[in-house]
Design a protein around this ligand. Structure first.
Ligand code: ADP
Ligand code: MG
Length: 385
């Protein structure tokens, strides 16, 4: 961590010609279980990972905000008084959108000093680890600190979500920002997406000799956005047909009745959400009462439900999951929105290289491009460094 912090300070000085006031960082996340449940006001169980986005920030005498990133060859500048979602484009919409979103939660942008930001990251973009929440959360905690807003972490999560929804224009839930801001070392964040109450759940992977392997298939389908919207619409249709405000209100016991009311496709979409909520609750109980070895079957069942009922998997994800399971993983599932992206496998440490070699081999045999593979560890949420 300290190496990259030195880098980001040096990068800041090179661009802006003075030393920053400090640096703040926030992690990406992996969702252990609870997929597509967030916008159905259900449960999710993500954890913050050991890959972070770091923001060095300096205060200005005027009321201009400038942002730069190692990721882009430009410094984007805007007067704080002119920040509106319509004016923001491209990568800069993430950090500048956060400043705008803070104003929507009560920050008076007429009363705060201008800032210069420089951003570096070790969270891969578009690999299903939410580099977007990492940049939003790092910027949110940095601005909240230097502008003395004293917003708490749950509020900063809402700020990040608002920036992503309105300034970037992506209709995402609150899970990613919550994981990035509330995560703790060796813990997952159990989040109720209806009440927004959260609690930390001990994971105990390290003690149990287990690792989480991320398998990034590199597949990204052009219909991912449309597919996501279609699944949301199916869930809304299902809830309306069942006479409930959200699928959160449907339990596993209600499924026989739902099968009679709904067409087959809508029923299967609903069944995924309802059983996935139950799997999140069961995973939390298993982790608290038994330990991480007890969650393998729940991860496996989550994948089957996404593959067969929600129909958001792709052959590369199915192959990664099956190959991991056959080579010593105790559980595996695709993670994220689907139609490509990454899978995770919970693997005893001694089997990690065997699983990796087997997945490489299976992908080659099927003519699929080699996936990216790396382990992640459950880590601290956003902090001032
Ligand atoms: P992910 O699954 O990684 O969150 P998204 O498409 O949601 O993928 O967000 C990725 C986008 O976030 C990038 O294309 C870029 O616009 C922005 N972004 C993420 N990290 C950085 C960074 N370090 N610097 C600048 N922009 C970033
Ligand atoms: Mg994202």
């Amino acid at each position: 961590m300290s190496d990259i912090r030195d880098d980001v300070v040096a990068g800041f000085e090179e661009i802006y010609g003075y030393a920053p006031a400090g640096s703040w960082s926030a992690p990406g996340r992996v969702n252990l279980i609870g997929e597509h449940t967030d916008y159905n006001l259900g449960f999710v169980l993500p954890f913050a990972i050991n890959r972070r986005t770091i923001v060095a920030l300096g205060l200005r005498e005027d009321r201009v905000m400038r942002v730069a990133s190692e990721f882009a060859d430009e410094v984007v500048e805007i007067p704080l008084g002119e920040l509106t979602p319509e004016r923001l484009h491209g990568w800069a919409a993430y950090p500048l959108g956060v400043a705008w979103a803070l104003s929507q939660f009560g920050a008076d942008l007429a009363a705060v000093p201008g800032v210069d930001l420089y951003i570096e990251s070790t969270v891969p973009v578009g690999a299903g680890l939410s580099s977007s929440a990492a940049i939003e959360s790092a910027v949110a905690i940095a601005l909240s600190d230097v502008w003395r807003l004293s917003f708490d972490a749950p509020t900063l999560a809402k700020v990040g979500q608002l920036a992503e929804n309105k300034a970037v224009g992506a209709p995402t839930g609150i899970m990613d920002q919550s994981a990035s801001l509330l995560g703790r070392r060796d813990h997952a964040v159990f989040l109720d997406c209806r009440s927004l109450e959260s609690s930390l759940v001990p994971l105990g992977f390290d003690e149990a000799g287990l690792e989480i392997l991320v398998i990034d298939t590199g597949v990204s389908h052009s219909h991912a956005t449309g597919g996501y919207a279609a699944r949301r619409a199916s869930c809304e249709r299902g809830a309306a047909a069942l006479g409930v405000a959200s699928l959160r209100e449907v339990s596993v016991d209600d499924l026989p009745r739902a099968r009679e009311t709904l067409d087959d496709e809508t029923f299967r979409r609903v069944r995924h959400i309802v059983t996935e909520n139950q799997r999140v609750l069961d995973t939390v109980i298993a982790l608290r009462e038994t330990g991480p070895h007890a969650i393998g079957e729940l991860l496996d069942a989550s994948h089957v439900s996404m593959r067969d009922d929600f129909e958001i998997s792709v052959p590369e994800l199915d192959l990664a999951v099956e190959t991991a399971q056959l080579n010593g993983a105790i559980g595996a599932r695709m993670t994220g929105g689907g139609f490509g992206g990454a899978a995770i496998a919970l693997v005893p440490r001694e089997n990690i290289s065997r699983v990796q070699v087997a997945i490489d081999g299976a992908f080659a045999e099927h003519g699929f491009a080699q996936p990216g593979m790396f382990t992640v560890t459950p880590s601290e949420g956003a902090t001032r460094d």
